[in-house]
Design a protein around this ligand. Structure first.
Ligand code: ACK
Length: 911
């Protein structure tokens, strides 16, 4: 060390609070080749993978040291060395790895030389330490005037937190600046897992992408991130219920943590009643039961109970029904199983029932019982019943005249239904209709027919028949009329009414007419709706705009290729070098193309090497058939194809800066926001053109955008099979059998392959994010399944660093779950144009909000995009705008050319 006027000495330094500190300074600035080292003790790593070193120091400006020549330095070097040894006595210089050269950034010249008072600089560097238990730090002075005041070494953790009722422990961040540590949470007390809780700990110590979570157990509800018992008078039945609910009417809970409320006395709850339902009572008895007997059938009708007990599930049963003959009415037996109840015997919802197939001439008691869901629980019985007693008839139901003469009628009939014993004889009563029952005759017979003679001709007679069993005679049948005439056709009962026939015939005619009309109307209707549908479909097809033709609709793929692409003679292509690979057989080269009569141009040549299958050939050439249909400054231009010799080639314009993702990563942080928005505008413009042509890209991603030397972005990669085969990002999902680039794809396209322009808009939003974050990988190193799950749960990518709020909002709009809610490319283009016109709107960034955005919470939607440019920011002048993008030197040139307003600038074309 030299012993001159600038040597090691005590100095005073002001700390951040302007309090002076006394410290030592090295100042070996007069002699060349200084190499002075200062090493720390061993520092344990304590599980950290990336440590931060904060150094506070002063550094003198060499210019402020009079008489010092070129030997003075204004930096020092920071080194580290990983080691398991707590006390390494000697470490070779070469064992240290350099972290950085550190220079002062402020107070550099604010040195009060007279008083030796200098201000502190603070610099932080980070370094990955993963291989040993600890490390040493070292500082190398190469001849500066420097005082090292403090060195603070720390690492970052994501602090213990509770999210979605799951606890996530204090977690040390990962080793790399972009690494995410996946952490599983555990459900807080009194809660249970809804879906495995997971979060990622980001490198900055921020938690990202919460997935899954827990529910409070039954009887508990969420309060301030914990599960608290429901208080008395409240309950929670299911863990998935939103919270504790007040006990429903006629119930109570006396203790905290109730999962269900108990019914007040006299009130009940059926097994199937949900806990949220009020406690109820059984119904009172049905009212006003009436019966109408028709032969051996009885119609019973009644009114509902006066009290339904607070329920709507009252039903009616006939649990007890007695039967016995009239003559021995004391004997009550349960109803036989052959009795029919319509619509049924139990669980009736209607208040009417027809009981048939009863025994004739028998006494019955019907008990109608009202029940509801709590009848059984309450043990309620007779109070809910009402009864009625009836006696059935025993009569012949129909009589048939089988022979009619002028003076006689031969009649026949069926045995009465369900007689109450063996039929001993039948009694036939008849009289002339005109005479009514004033004078009648009786005939008795053992058989079921009788010949009635001695009748007057052309006279109408009325007949009744009744049967006799041991229990006595039953009721006479209803009257049956027959006329003594020569009508050869027997009449049954009251006969067939000719008017009815007429009606029936005309009815059929009317019916036919109606059916025909309905048929015609419905045909018209369906035509109308089809027309409407057609027109809805057609509305996308702008008249006058060319529509893309799918080359796969051509039977012969070569026909498509020659329709849309020019065949180039291979001798006019000069290949220079390989610039990339596509899939197994594809290669991309750069080269030159000289077509006769035109100047030589740089081109990219994609070739398909020998050994391909027919399908691969077709897929490869399909890209050219598609590209050849497009003509737009933001779509990669097809120059032509080589199909007549091998290898097959697709020749396109050459894009000097290659793929956008790699290009941005290479130039991280080097563009102005306006430049980035300019790139996005170009991509949006290309996509608008494609969507106007009804072409859906399906693999829009920064890797598929090419950039030329003027920073013009062009959409590329149009092969139909490319999404499936060539894109390394394409992955199989569990839901669909085809490969899909998950991180770029809209949920409906992942779930049910609904690829539309709206799903391209979703991908465009991801491209926006890639561009603004300079080629960062969307969703970082999360796996595909977690990405799908997070999106389903409403998570969206957060704004990249320094991203203008309006741009992030536009991304969020592109990522609307409902595809109809997403903007169109035309709207996106308008939006970006407005932003370019009003760059002030791009100044506002989301600040340091690091976490992901949950759509439900409304985060990230502070600004209404569509109104912001006009309302929030006044229009800038050309001068202000040029200043904001660092191009004010062009102000005069533009003004001289007449561009005095931003609107006039917008009219500028490429030419
Ligand atoms: O990022 P890159 O350099 O740009 O690497 C890929 C590679 O080929 C495989 O696709 C490059 N590439 C593709 N088409 C073109 C083109 N028309 N002009 C320049 N480079 C291209 C792409």
């Amino acid at each position: 060390m030299s012993s001159c006027q600038y040597s090691n000495e005590k100095v005073s330094i002001m700390d951040e609070k302007n309090i002076p500190i006394r410290t030592y300074q090295v100042c070996n600035v007069l002699e060349p080749n200084q190499n002075n080292w200062l090493r720390t003790d061993w520092i344990p790593r304590s599980g950290a993978q990336r440590v931060y070193v904060e150094v506070k120091f002063t550094l003198r400006d060499c210019n402020s040291l009079p008489g010092v020549t070129g030997t003075c330095k204004e930096t020092f070097n920071l080194y580290y060395h990983e080691s398991n040894e707590v006390r390494e006595s000697y470490i070779k210089e070469s064992s240290f790895i350099k972290v950085d050269t550190v220079a002062a950034d402020e107070s550099f010249t604010q040195v009060d030389v007279g008083d030796r008072i200098m201000k502190l600089n603070t610099e932080v560097r980070d370094v990955k330490v993963t291989t040993r238990k600890g490390f040493y730090l070292a500082f190398q002075d190469v001849g500066a005037c420097i005082a090292l005041v403090s060195v603070r070494v720390f690492y970052k953790t994501c602090p213990l937190t509770i999210r979605n009722l799951a606890t996530f422990p204090d977690t040390v961040t990962g080793a790399d600046t972009s690494s995410l540590v996946e952490v599983r949470g555990s459900c807080v007390n009194q809660s249970e897992e809804r879906e495995e809780p997971k979060m990622y700990c980001g490198a900055d110590g921020e938690w990202l992408v919460p997935i899954g979570g827990c529910f409070c157990s039954p009887g508990y509800e969420e309060k301030g991130g914990a599960c608290k018992a429901c208080s008395a008078g409240f309950y929670k039945a299911k863990s998935s219920d939103a919270g504790c609910f007040k006990c429903p009417p006629h119930s109570h809970s006396v203790r905290d943590g109730a999962t269900v409320c108990d019914c007040h006395s006299g009130f009940f709850r059926a097994d199937s009643d949900p806990p949220s339902m009020a406690c109820t009572q059984p119904p009172s008895a049905p009212q006003q039961l009436i019966s109408v007997v028709n032969e051996t059938s009885v119609v019973l009708e009644w009114a509902p109970p006066r009290r339904l007990g607070g329920r709507s599930d009252t039903s009616y049963n006939y649990p007890r029904m007695g039967s016995g003959s009239i003559s021995s009415s004391q004997l009550c037996l349960p109803c036989g199983s052959d009795v029919l109840f319509s619509p049924g015997q139990t669980g009736l919802k209607t208040t009417r029932v027809v009981v048939s197939e009863l025994r004739a001439h028998t006494h019955y008691t019907f008990i109608v019982h009202a029940r509801n869901g709590v009848s059984q629980a309450s043990g309620a019985g007779a109070a809910q019943s009402v009864s009625v007693s009836v006696t059935t008839n025993q009569a012949v139901s129909s009589i048939l005249a089988i022979d009619v003469t002028r003076h006689s009628l031969s009649l026949s009939w069926q045995q009465p239904d369900r007689p109450n014993g063996v039929i001993l004889e039948y009694e036939v009563k008849f009289y002339e209709k005109d005479q009514k029952e004033r004078s009648y005759r009786i005939m008795r017979t053992f058989s079921r027919s009788v010949d009635v003679t001695g009748l007057n001709p052309l006279t109408v007679y009325v007949f009744h028949v009744r049967a006799r069993t041991a229990a006595g005679y039953g009721e006479f049948s209803a009257p049956f009329e027959f006329s003594t005439n020569s009508d050869p056709f027997p009449l049954i009962g009251e006969g067939v009414n000719s008017a009815f026939l007429l009606l029936s015939v005309s009815g059929v005619g009317i019916l036919l007419l109606i059916s025909a009309a309905v048929f015609i109307i419905s045909r018209r209707r369906s035509k109308y709706s089809k027309t409407k549908q057609d027109s809805e479909e057609e509305k996308h097809l702008n008249p006058g705009v060319k529509i893309y033709v799918d080359p796969f609709t051509y039977e012969d793929p070569d026909q498509a290729i020659h329709e849309f692409a020019k065949e180039i003679d291979v001798s006019s292509i000069h290949i220079e070098k390989v610039i990339g690979m596509v899939g197994e057989f594809g290669e991309v080269c750069s080269g030159r193309l000289r077509v006769q009569g035109k100047r030589e141009i740089y081109v990219a040549i994609k070739s398909l090497k020998a050994g391909y299958s027919d399908k691969q050939r077709r897929d490869f050439l399909s890209e050219a058939s598609i590209m050849g249909q497009f003509d737009h400054p933001n779509i990669i231009r097809l120059e032509g194809v080589v199909t007549r010799c091998k290898p097959l080639m697709i020749i396109t314009e050459y894009m000097e800066n290659g793929s956008l993702d790699a290009f941005l990563r290479k130039h991280d942080g080097q563009f102005t926001v306006i430049q980035l928005v300019g790139m996005l505008r170009g991509i949006a413009s290309g996509m608008k053109y494609l969507s106007d042509m009804s072409y859906v890209h399906r693999d829009l991603a920064a890797r598929n955008i090419l950039v030329n030397s003027n920073l013009v972005c062009k959409v590329s990669d149009f092969g139909l099979s490319r999404v499936l085969e060539d894109d390394p990002e394409a992955a199989y999902t569990t839901r669909v059998r085809r490969k899909i680039p998950i991180r770029w794809t809209a949920p409906e396209a992942i779930t049910y392959r609904k690829f539309t322009t709206a799903s391209d808009v979703w991908s465009y939003g991801i491209v926006m994010w890639e561009v603004v974050s300079y080629g960062e990988r969307p969703y970082w190193d999360m796996n595909n399944q977690d990405v799908i799950k997070a999106i389903e749960e409403g998570y969206r990518l957060p704004a990249p660093m320094d991203c203008p709020v309006v741009l992030h909002q536009l991304m969020l709009d592109c990522w609307e779950r409902e595809r109809a809610e997403r903007p169109t490319f035309s709207q996106i283009l308008n939006m970006l144009d407005k932003l370019i016109r009003n760059p002030g709107t791009l100044r506002r960034t989301g600040g340091d909000r690091p976490a992901g955005t949950m759509l439900e919470s409304g985060m990230g939607s502070e600004v209404c995009v569509s109104v912001l440019p006009e309302v929030c920011v006044p229009e800038w002048s050309v001068c202000e705008w040029l200043q904001s993008i660092g191009l004010e030197r062009y102000r005069d040139t533009l003004a001289a050319a007449g561009y005095t307003s931003l609107d006039s600038l917008l009219a500028l074309t490429h030419q």
